[in-house]
Structure formats: C-alpha cells, structure tokens
Write a protein that binds this ligand. Structure first.
Ligand code: A3P
Length: 297
C-alpha cells in the first residue's frame, strides 16, 4: 500500500525566535545567499495588510497602465513571494517566474527585518511597506488560516486571538513587525503606507507611490489604476484573487482570499470583552511609538 504523506498544516517552525510556516522557514534559510539589485523593489507587509492590493497597483504602474500586460500571470508569479514554499506549488523564487516578473523586478515578503536577506538591505533596495490596524489583520488572518492549508489549524477565534496577541502565529508579533519596519524607514528607503489611508483616498496613495518611485503617469492612468484595483474588480479577477492555486493549497470554499476588503470588520467578530482586552494590550505595546492606527475610517 502506498503511504501518502500529509503535508498540510504542519506545526510552525522557529527561525531566530520567529515562528513561521514550516515551509517558509525552510525557504528563508536558503535565501541568505539571495542576490538583490539596487533597482529591485520590495513590497513588505505583515500578512493580511494589503499586500496583494499594493502589488497589483505596482504592476500596473510598471506596465505603464497596460492592463492586458497585467493579465500575463497571477499576481504571485508577477510579484514573486521571496520565502514562499509549499508542497505541490512552485516556490516563490522558482526560475519559471523570472519571465513574468516586471523589469526591474517587484518582490514580496512578509519577513520581519531580522530575517530579510542582507543583500536587500545592503543594496538599499526601495521598500513599500503597508501596515493595517491589528484588529482587522487578526480577523483576516484567522479566516486566511481556515483556507490556506500551509498554516496550522487556527482553532477557535478566541484561541487564535490569544496567539495573535502573543505573537505565536506565522511571522510572529504584529507589533514587532510594524515597529521594526518603521524604525528601518529612518535609515533605509521605505515608503510606509497604511491600508486605512488606501481605503480612504486611493489616488492620493497612488501619487505617493509614484513620487517615491520617481515616476509620473498621466491622470487618466491614475484613474485607471484606481478602478482596476477596486476590491470588486480584484475579487473578480483570476489574476489577483488567488483562485488559480490548487484547492489543497487554498480552499476558497472555507473563506475566499478576497474576503471583505473593508476596515472595521473586526466589530463583527470581536466580543466586547475581547475588544477591551485587546485595547489594553495594544496601549501597552504601542506606548511611546509615533505610529497611529485607525480602527475605522
Ligand atoms: P479581508 O480578509 O479583510 O477581506 P494580503 O494581500 O496582505 O494577504 O491582504 C488581504 C486582505 O486585503 C484581505 O482582507 C483582502 O480582502 C484585502 N484586499 C485585497 N485586495 C483589496 C482591494 N483591492 N481593496 C481592499 N482590500 C483588498
């Protein structure tokens, strides 16, 4: 009888004290020889903070507003996920993605600063960091755990929230992540964006991105990017909604990748008691930081 190994939902693996999806931790170990180039652009986020959204915006900018070119491959191939590895799915840095990446390349990571391949820092690669308030991130991450089978089973919402607050989920503490990248922005070219600002006024944020990249686009293209990257359009678009991945990897019947795309959805999930506990914890963890998150817009 053939022995079929179950490769889904392995326990997290710690790397330099950071818990990670086992396969991503293994890939990160092999990334230390990764060679970056000064023209690369890195999209960095804590998971569930708007990575896919800003990646699509950037690819449209890089393609000069040519939407047909943006349909050349799914977003995870156009903007390779540095530390991605999972059985039965091509790795983030597989050689096949090379021909679909933008020129110069756009790359994506969720790694905390301490695990980022050194070459990206030495080469002063520009980074676009997107942060989102941790209540909406926790809810989105919980639903994502249910559908993305590389993660451990999230258990109940209450137990997941405890783990999230303790930093015992993949990529560790949300607090540490947003603070470390904020600190880095003082010495490294990092454009620090907020998901809430993107929801509030996307064109303003697109213009910030263009300024950071040192490029300009006609106003009609900025309008086009705004329309093309609306939640509704991206949810319908197979090149951005992750439905092209096999269901053993992402099970959209458990929860779609493009789930709600709103700020304040946490109010539908947090109990009053959970919210009070979270607020007290947040106040302690963020004390002394000039980083302000909005819980609704
Ligand atoms: P929800 O689960 O709250 O709906 P990431 O790309 O970092 O994994 O983040 C995923 C979250 O961003 C999901 O949040 C997803 O719906 C949301 N998202 C993706 N594209 C979006 C868009 N164009 N506008 C608003 N939210 C978007």
């Amino acid at each position: 009888m053939e022995l079929v190994q179950d490769t889904s939902r392995p326990p997290l693996k710690y790397l330099k004290g950071i818990p990670m999806v086992k396969y991503f931790a293994e890939a990160t170990e092999t990334l230390q020889n990764f060679q970056a180039f000064p023209d690369d652009l890195l999209v960095s986020t804590y998971p569930k903070s708007g990575t896919t959204w800003v990646s699509e915006i950037l690819d449209v900018i890089y393609q000069g507003g040519d939407l047909e070119k943006c349909r050349r491959a799914p977003i995870y191939i156009r903007v390779p996920f540095l530390e991605f590895k999972s059985p039965g799915v091509p790795s983030g840095m597989s050689s096949s993605s090379g021909k679909y990446t933008a020129t110069p390349p756009l790359l994506k990571t969720h790694l905390p600063v301490s695990l980022v391949p050194q070459s990206l820092l030495h080469q002063k690669v520009k980074v676009i960091y997107v942060a989102c308030n941790p209540k909406d991130v926790a809810v989105s991450y919980y639903n994502f755990h249910n559908m993305a089978k590389v993660h451990p089973d999230p258990g109940t919402w209450d137990s997941f929230l405890e783990k999230f607050m303790d930093g015992k989920v993949s990529y560790g503490s949300w607090y540490q992540h947003v603070k470390e990248w904020w600190e880095l922005s003082r010495s490294h070219p990092v454009l620090y964006l907020f998901y809430e600002d993107m929801k509030e006024n996307l064109k303003r944020e697109i213009r910030k991105i263009l300024g950071f990249l040192g490029c300009s686009l006609p106003e009609e293209i900025v309008d086009l990017i705004e329309q093309h990257t609306s939640f509704k359009k991206m949810k319908e678009n197979p090149m951005t909604n992750y439905t092209t991945l096999p269901s053993h990897h992402m099970d959209h019947s458990a929860s779609p990748f493009m789930r709600k795309g709103i700020i304040g959805d946490w109010k539908n999930t947090f109990t009053v008691a959970q919210n009070e506990r979270f607020d007290a914890h947040y106040a302690k963890k963020m004390a002394g930081y000039d980083l302000n998150f909005r819980w609704q817009v």
